[in-house]
Design a protein around this ligand. Structure first.
Ligand SMILES: CC(C)(COP(=O)(O)OP(=O)(O)OC[C@H]1O[C@@H](n2cnc3c(N)ncnc32)[C@H](O)[C@@H]1OP(=O)(O)O)[C@@H](O)C(=O)NCCC(=O)NCCS
Length: 169
């Protein structure tokens, strides 16, 4: 029998934010104390994957618009980019509940975020997805999917949308 598809939906008041625990206090606190406010202020959209009981959050991510200067990228990636700010989307946070880590949910959430950004880019141009990895393990997680480091910051990573199209992600 096929597994039921994972539901990923915008964070709302019916989601139990207090029960979420991923092991990174900053990421737990963001969901519990700041995410709803960021949505209201239109500085982030937050999406949650639903767990097996009502309201339970299995994982979440946040997305916002951002931009960077071409000089921040390695020279080969900066080629052909303009001298004004390059539009991008930032995956501000990504976390999976401790009890569910290592089962493919992080990958599912990352691919869900990528697909939403690709869809949005048909309306508003996005050159690349940017992520600030919290630690070296997180860097390794993102590198598996083609993210590469900015020239300026080792843990700031980017994935151009044309790479996504080439990889068929
Ligand atoms: C990082 C995180 C989101 C990954 O989610 P997950 O559900 O555990 O990961 P998945 O099971 O989907 O793993 C996908 C792949 O990444 C690898 N992976 C998982 N966690 C990893 C980590 N922390 N570092 C490096 N690789 C990792 C897995 O081995 C797997 O690769 P494989 O299919 O070749 O085995 C999750 O562990 C988490 O929430 N950690 C705490 C918060 C955090 O550090 N978030 C990163 C924000 S910058």
């Amino acid at each position: 029998m096929n597994e039921p598809a994972l539901v990923v939906e915008p964070l709302g008041p019916h989601h139990d934010r207090a029960a979420f625990f991923c092991g990174e206090p900053i990421l737990d606190a963001y969901l519990q104390r700041q995410a709803s406010q960021d949505i209201r202020r239109r500085v982030a959209q937050v999406f949650v994957a639903l767990g097996d009981s009502p309201g339970r959050i299995a994982g979440y991510y946040s997305l916002s618009a951002t931009s960077f200067e071409k000089d921040e990228l390695p020279p080969t990636s900066a080629k052909r980019l303009p001298h004004y700010p390059v539009p991008a989307a930032i995956l501000g946070r990504l976390a999976v509940d401790r009890a569910l880590q290592g089962q493919g949910l992080g990958e599912t959430l990352l691919l869900d975020a990528i697909r939403r950004i690709v869809r949005a880019s048909a309306t508003i141009a996005v050159h690349a997805i940017v992520v600030d990895a919290k630690n070296d393990r997180a860097v390794a997680f993102y590198e598996q999917y083609g993210f590469r480091a900015f020239a300026s910051e080792r843990r700031r990573l980017f994935l151009p949308l044309d790479t996504i199209e080439r990889l068929g992600l």
